[in-house]
Ligand binder design. Structure first.
Ligand code: SF4
Length: 123
């Protein structure tokens, strides 16, 4: 089952170091594509990135939660709710307890590779 990086990703980058197939790429430009994406054609579904991600942002496609309760101080790098200061992502911080639907991220991941960065698919 393909793996998906959701909008919980804040570009920590730990996944890049463990992926054996170089399937993970950063979105660009950063303000428009603030998280990483997984190329479904390159991913071998080893699961290494899932356990490495400190933000628990990566899921198997059929396990992406449609009701995810965010913890206090957790950031979410969704379009239009981040700023870039000195090249660093500054995401909106949440109080915790907020329930978000991560399932739309599945299509965003596929769109990134099918259409390329910068297309008009931002939610
Ligand atoms: S599941 Fe394995 S191959 Fe696929 S993106 Fe994660 S680390 Fe790379």
């Amino acid at each position: 089952m393909p793996h998906i990086i959701t909008s919980l990703c804040l570009r920590d980058g730990a996944c890049l170091d463990v992926c054996p197939s170089e399937a993970i790429v950063p979105g660009f430009p950063i303000a428009e594509w603030p998280w990483y994406f997984i190329d479904q054609d390159s991913c071998i579904d080893c699961g290494a990135c899932v356990t490495e991600c400190p933000l628990e942002a990566i899921f198997e496609e059929d396990e992406v939660p449609d009701a995810y309760e965010m913890s206090a101080g957790q950031g979410r790098a969704i379009f239009g709710q981040i700023t870039v200061e000195n090249g660093e992502l500054v995401p909106t911080k949440y109080e915790g307890g907020e329930v978000v639907d991560l399932t739309p991220d599945i299509q965003v991941n596929y769109d990134f590779f099918e259409k390329g960065p910068g297309h008009d698919a931002a939610p």
